[in-house]
Design a protein around this ligand. Sequence first.
Ligand code: F6P
Length: 527
Amino acid sequence: MEWKNFDLLESYKKLEAMKETVNVKELMSGENGAKRVKEYQIPMASGMTYCYAAKQVDDKLLEVLQELADEAELADKYKALYNGAVINTGEKRLVLHQLTRGQLGDDVVADGINKREFYIAQQTRAAEFANKVHAGEIVNENGEKFTTAVQIGIGGSDLGPRALYLSLENWAKVNGTHKMEARFISNVDPDDASAVLASIDVAHSIFVLVSKSGTTLETLTNEAFVKNALTSAGLDPSKHMVAVTSETSPLAGNADYLDSFYMDDFIGGRYSSTSAVGGVILSLAFGPEVFGRILKGCAEEDELAKNADIKKNPAMLDALIGVYERNFLGYSSTAVLPYSQGLSRFPAHLQQLDMESNGKSVNRFGEKIDYVTGPAIFGEPGTNGQHSFYQLLHQGTGIIPLQFVGFKHNQMDNDVVIQGSTSQQKLCANVAAQIMAFACGKDDENCNKYFEGGRPSSIIVGDQLNPETLGTLLAHFENKVMFQGFVWNINSFDQEGVQLGKVLAKKVLAKETDGALTEYSKLLGIF
Ligand SMILES: O=P(O)(O)OC[C@H]1O[C@](O)(CO)[C@@H](O)[C@@H]1O
């Protein structure tokens, strides 16, 4: 297996010669368009479908993307990853998040520990803990049941778990599996913690402090903030708080917590939702059985990602189309547009997952590269986005590839027929309409009303947003980002770019600044 810069590959040259050869507008019009929609789809796990009919690709281009997948040895690199190779070269670490939800290859033993057994043991402990809380065996000082769980964490210790909770909150309420309310405190802005604390019954709340490193300024500050609130209410913080951290962190083994659950350095923050980082809060909120179903949806999608044939591997195909758009068509951002209210924070999770992973300018050996890497990611649930930024997507001067997500059925039992259609039908009609409007546009003598078309999109469709489909979606994007990192020959598993700002902020707080930093500090009222 060889790790080569992307621009040294034969398929790179071939793709460069194929810029702009596919006209989405032409291909998606009339009967040809109908044929493409039926043919250009592949199955995902949990009964979902990835449809790429409206992407700027044709059979010839797909052949070269397959050549790229083979030449870049994507399936072999994934295999090396799940068999325990040091894929995170920057930090010299293994990359093992997939082990939290399945055994894809060999047993991985590191530091004398079977890693899958370690992650499963933590899951089991979290499940037992959650069951005891639900059964009233673990209670507050007055012997009363906890009703609310509050996660304190930031970045990967917040975004994924929060997105997953919101995705299933309503589903769980309708299906009778909603055990506890969950809330999240992340920002060091005191208004975040204050607002959450004011919205809950602190005496019946259990706080889940999540920090892999155990050193994150925002999280430790918010922990102190919450402890203060508990003490002021006459409560003992150690009876209200559990920790999720790594065994090497300063938080580990602290008797001040009701219990502690562990993950380790082989799971990056943004890939940690399926470890104890998401496992504790989601098991408390929905019960361990529902968390297990999310893991099942992930595991099935991880299994699909092993396939070397891009037509049988939706994450790999999605990744390669994204690379073609980024490097050869010059598109610098991607919009993620879930037509599901439950996925309201999913784009925020994908922002960290994608941009913290693939926002890199050096290859995995630390050498400068001469081609572009990860796009900027943004998104909002449809149809809200339509009434916000779609104007630019339709008629703006640049092209932004679109990643739609849609479901045939909504999550709650409530819908109404108004003017001959349900709200769910209206939602789905909008996503279909948008795909075609972006692809084919509309002629008009009035330039202001003219839609150029030719704006590429793909869609992932599922029956309903439930634990399995959610897990599948999560793993799909994790694997897409990983495959893109492999093509670009970058390390998608470190994040040195977040350090400089943290160091400078510490200097400001220690009043060790000079020049413009001092002036900005004064402007902001710190000095
Ligand atoms: O879990 P921790 O160690 O508090 O880190 C939180 C987040 O901070 C980051 O390091 C970025 O600042 C993320 O990668 C990580 O998810």
